[in-house]
Design a protein around this ligand. Structure first.
Ligand code: UTP
Length: 294
């Protein structure tokens, strides 16, 4: 059985992107030609999600409006005869079956996941953090769903990070079972460099069994006084096996200004229409800044 539901948490404050995120959801920042959350919804739908549960909160109305039907705008574009834009706008409302749950207090990612408990029910689900993007975006969840199908156990996406970065992530200790797949033996949230069991960091893609909800309910607030998903996963590991899939290729954290700029450039370069022009533009910028430096 492959998971049929997906949870996309979008309830956080986005403090690393303030002041931009004071009045605008981080998940609605554009990446080239679409908002960040659009990529996440596309990704889970491609991986077979029949229901997408978005965790929303105060100030996130723009996310709900984005995936809603806008009859006035459609009428305007229809009258203008802009069929191409009309098609794009209509497609958004039909992209997926989406429902929203409200996180009333921003008590962390673990808490956001718990908010989706009633809607997900007693079945496995995909969890996608929208501001984590991978160069091999299309393949990551698919591969994780294959591993889930094989073992019927939770699967985490991990990636090797530099040792000086381990304190920013949830880190796993694991034994390799081949083909970039690991069996997890322990997990720790944001360890000190000297205490990290490895440099395999958990990155925003998960396939989780529903038992994680029970464990999150019994998880006390940890680092940053938030209910940490990694702490819930550590509890889950004491009753069930957890696997990890090591992602290849580049990764972008679009939740910070620098990461967002990098993701924008990388995606723009890959864009079929804009890519060639952006490449030339970047080359010209770099040569101008080189000659300025001389
Ligand atoms: P982040 O770790 O990026 O947290 O969350 P954040 O609050 O959005 O941003 P910073 O760290 O303050 O800059 C990863 C995902 O989990 C969601 C976020 O919206 C983001 O998509 N999240 C986080 C919630 O839904 N609720 C929370 O309480 C925390």
């Amino acid at each position: 059985m492959r998971p049929r539901k997906a949870v996309i948490p979008a309830g956080g404050w986005g403090t690393r992107f303030l002041p931009t995120t004071k009045s605008q959801p981080k998940e609605m920042l554009p990446l080239v030609d679409r908002p960040i959350i659009h990529y996440a919804v596309e990704e889970v739908v491609r991986c077979g999600a029949e229901l997408v549960v978005i965790v929303s909160s105060l100030g996130k109305r723009a996310v709900e409006d984005y995936f809603d039907k806008n009859a006035d705008l459609e009428l305007f574009l229809e009258r203008k005869g802009d069929t191409s834009l009309l098609h794009k706008v209509r497609q958004l409302a039909d992209m997926a079956d989406i429902c929203y749950v409200r996180q009333k207090e921003q008590l962390g990612l673990g808490h956001a996941v718990l908010t989706a408990k009633q809607v997900v029910g007693n079945e496995p689900f995909m969890l996608v953090l929208p501001d984590d993007l991978f160069e091999q975006q299309e393949r990551v969840l698919q591969r994780m769903a294959d591993i889930f199908e094989q073992h019927q156990a939770s699967v985490l996406a991990v990636r090797r990070v530099n040792e000086d970065q381990v304190s920013r992530y949830g880190i796993i200790e694991a034994s390799s079972i081949g083909d970039r797949t690991y069996r997890v033996t322990s997990l720790v949230e944001k360890p000190k460099r000297e205490e990290a069991p490895s440099n395999l960091a958990i990155m925003g893609r998960y396939i989780l069994t529903p038992q994680v909800f029970e464990e999150l309910e019994n998880t006390s607030p940890g680092a940053g006084k938030e209910i940490q998903l990694t702490d819930g996963l550590r509890r889950l590991l004491s009753r069930q096996a957890i696997y990890a899939y090591e992602v290849e290729g580049d990764y972008y954290d679009a939740g910070t200004p620098l990461g967002w700029i990098k993701a924008t450039i990388a995606l723009a370069l890959k864009h079929p229409e804009m890519g060639p022009e952006i490449r030339e533009y970047l080359k010209s910028l770099v040569s101008v800044s080189r000659s300025d430096a001389c």
